[in-house]
Design a protein around this ligand. Structure first.
Ligand code: SF4
Length: 222
């Protein structure tokens, strides 16, 4: 890709945002939840697991456990059994219990609304905290960088960084803050519906004209 000036990149990002907004007006978090606690639990479960599978598991889980105290007081074996099919279930169950104990002890059973408080909870990193803040509270503190966001950011030539933390910083500098949560939904939706990991559907891509398709040709010729 020829070198792009900052002004040209800013213009291109603006057009990408407009294109994605038009393509996915209904984009939203695809983890089913009705309150911040449910979203927090679902996001912890979504590590190395599809949203679809998490939604199947939480449909039953949320009928059984309604509050942070419910998870904190449950038997660990029972929680493990309930979330088993999401993978890494022992670790996830341990984290959910420890996290919910802290919610009860330090936050009156409520999910806190700051990055600092959230990332002090067990099993909650910056990505999970961003999901909860953006989607449960409408607070844009950062950009969620999952596998789709990282892949599309590279292909679109928005970053060359590799670590999620550095990718996030570059995206935050390019995208207006009020769009951070939506932006990650748009990229995730585009990654799931068009810009697939193995064979991206570039021929039908809504933002093809704005995309340098970095790494895509090499990948398709493999
Ligand atoms: S043109 Fe291809 S690589 Fe670029 S965003 Fe669209 S599907 Fe992905």
């Amino acid at each position: 890709m020829p070198r792009e000036s900052s002004a040209a990149k800013a213009r291109r990002v603006k057009e990408i945002l407009a294109g994605l907004r038009k393509s996915y007006p209904e984009a939203h978090c695809e983890l089913d939840h009705v309150n911040p606690l449910e979203l927090l639990i679902a996001t912890i479960l979504s590590a190395q697991c599809t949203d679809k599978r998490v939604n199947v598991v939480t449909k039953e889980l949320f009928k059984k456990y309604h509050s942070a105290a419910d998870y904190a007081n449950a038997s660990l074996a029972e929680v493990e059994q309930a979330i088993k099919s999401t993978g890494f279930f022992r670790n996830k169950a341990k984290n959910i219990q420890a996290c919910c104990r802290k919610l009860v002890e330090r936050h009156g059973g409520q999910v806190p609304r700051t990055m600092q408080d959230l990332t002090h909870l067990d099993g909650v990193g910056r990505k999970t905290a961003n999901v909860v803040l953006g989607n449960a509270f409408g607070i844009n503190v950062g950009v969620v960088v999952d596998t789709h966001v990282a892949r599309l950011s590279h292909r679109l030539g928005l970053t060359r960084q590799q670590s999620p933390e550095k990718i996030e910083q570059e995206l935050m500098a390019l995208v207006p803050q009020k769009q951070w949560t939506l932006f990650s939904h748009w990229l995730i939706w585009h990654g799931r519906r068009r810009c697939f990991a193995r064979k991206p559907d570039c021929a039908n891509c809504e933002i093809q004209k704005l995309c340098p398709r970095i790494g895509v040709l090499k990948q398709l010729n493999k």
